[in-house]
Design a protein around this ligand. Structure first.
Ligand SMILES: *[C@@H]1O[C@H](CO)[C@@H](O)[C@H](O)[C@H]1NC(C)=O
Ligand SMILES: *[C@@H]1O[C@H](CO)[C@@H](O)[C@H](O)[C@H]1NC(C)=O
Ligand SMILES: *[C@@H]1O[C@H](CO)[C@@H](O)[C@H](O)[C@H]1NC(C)=O
Ligand SMILES: *[C@@H]1O[C@H](CO)[C@@H](O)[C@H](O)[C@H]1NC(C)=O
Length: 335
């Protein structure tokens, strides 16, 4: 126990530098609404552009976005629609699997967020698993509507992919959502008619014994991509004889909304919140710029991100520190 604490202490000072895959998300109230105009009237659009509206990008424009992200643009479907597409549907275990949900761009950890209650007053537009519709649980052919899920997703493999997505959403006045693992209890990783940026593939974990910030040696640090799940990171740090201040849910992503929301941990009574242990963030801000954020570079943003709440400031690409959290509320997903 003592040696663990010592290791933790070392990690506390050093380990929490993480890189975050960023996709900048800002509060919609801060967004300039006049950036997109109706092509017919030229007047400012009060809402994000949706399919069927003049301002919504045509197929060819989406194809250009797809090319700019090396073909990593995919159509998004709900997890129920995904299961319906499998022979025999999903098993109960598959439906409940956070690992499976991490791998399906449109799947939230809690499927209710995919159901589209807002636009469907009486009942949601998507069924739950397979063709079984709760609460009766009798087989029926319920409709698989589009649900409260995005239209397209960029399965980002680099910060540049995230930048392209943020810039595209900004340019075309589209709703933007970010998903690392989709655990957000408020469903802020999904939104209807949105462009989703998935950071799931940002799986880099890099250790440094002498991580420097402003010329100062901060010691041992781990830098993690914003797709790295906590269990993966715990395994990697354990192999190095180290630990970091992280949460308990295996499939929650460290450098994501978890950290931006502060990051509770069993180690917090001794070492503070996860965000207290972060040394640096690599983020994409709303104008598509990739920024390094630490106590000497963009220090105001560093301050804001360490307590400002998930999704309110930036989209992380990587954290060099402790796990960061990148959560976004539905309403804040608009760029
Ligand atoms: C994006 O491009 C890739 C590669 O050409 C293609 O497989 C994929 O279907 C395209 N995505 C969309 C949404 O059209
Ligand atoms: C669902 O639709 C299929 C194909 O139309 C049909 O064969 C089946 O009987 C339907 N099931 C129910 C429960 O209505
Ligand atoms: C992940 O690490 C590899 C090898 O160091 C590097 O080439 C790649 O750019 C990194 N990816 C990201 C998203 O940082
Ligand atoms: C983008 O935003 C960042 C952070 O506010 C700022 O430093 C940068 O100058 C902006 N870039 C452009 C092109 O506006």
């Amino acid at each position: 126990m003592i040696s663990l604490l010592k290791l933790t202490y070392i990690v506390w000072f050093n380990l929490l530098s993480g890189k975050i895959a960023s996709a900048h998300i800002i509060d919609s109230s801060h967004v300039k609404r006049d950036t997109a105009t109706s092509s017919k009237t030229g007047s400012p659009s009060p809402c994000r552009c949706a399919p069927g509206q003049d301002c919504f990008p045509p197929v060819q424009t989406w194809a250009l976005l797809n090319s700019s992200v090396s073909g990593r643009l995919v159509n998004v479907i709900s997890s129920a629609a995904f299961c319906n597409g499998l022979p025999g549907g999903c098993s109960e275990a598959q439906w409940a699997s956070a690992v499976l949900r991490n791998n399906i761009p449109g799947a939230m950890n809690q499927a209710n967020w995919e159901q589209d209650y807002v636009s469907s007053q009486d009942s949601p537009s998507v069924c739950f698993r397979n063709t079984i519709q709760p609460p009766s649980n009798t087989p029926q052919n319920c409709s698989q509507g589009s649900g409260n899920v995005p239209l397209f997703a960029i399965i980002a493999e680099s910060a540049q992919d995230i930048q392209k997505g943020v810039q595209f959403a900004q340019r075309h006045n589209l709703r933007l959502t970010i998903k690392s693992s989709g655990h957000d209890y408020l469903g802020r990783s999904t939104a209807k008619n949105a462009l989703l940026i998935s950071t799931h593939k940002l799986q880099n974990i890099t250790f440094s014994d002498h991580f420097t910030i402003g010329g100062k040696d901060k010691g041992s640090v781990v830098t993690v991509g914003s797709g790295v799940a906590l269990n993966t990171l715990y395994t990697a740090t354990k192999a190095k004889g180290k630990i970091f201040v992280g949460g308990t849910a295996a499939t929650v992503v460290a450098a994501s909304g978890y950290v931006q929301g502060a990051g509770h941990s069993a180690l917090s009574p001794a070492y503070g919140l996860a965000v207290d242990n972060v040394l640096e963030f690599t983020v994409v801000v709303a104008n598509g710029t990739l920024l390094t954020v630490n106590e000497v570079k963009n220090s105001d943003l560093f301050w804001a991100m360490r307590g400002g709440g998930a999704g309110s400031q930036v989209q992380m690409v990587e954290d060099s520190l402790e796990p960061l959290r990148v959560g976004v509320s539905k309403k804040r997903h608009h760029i």
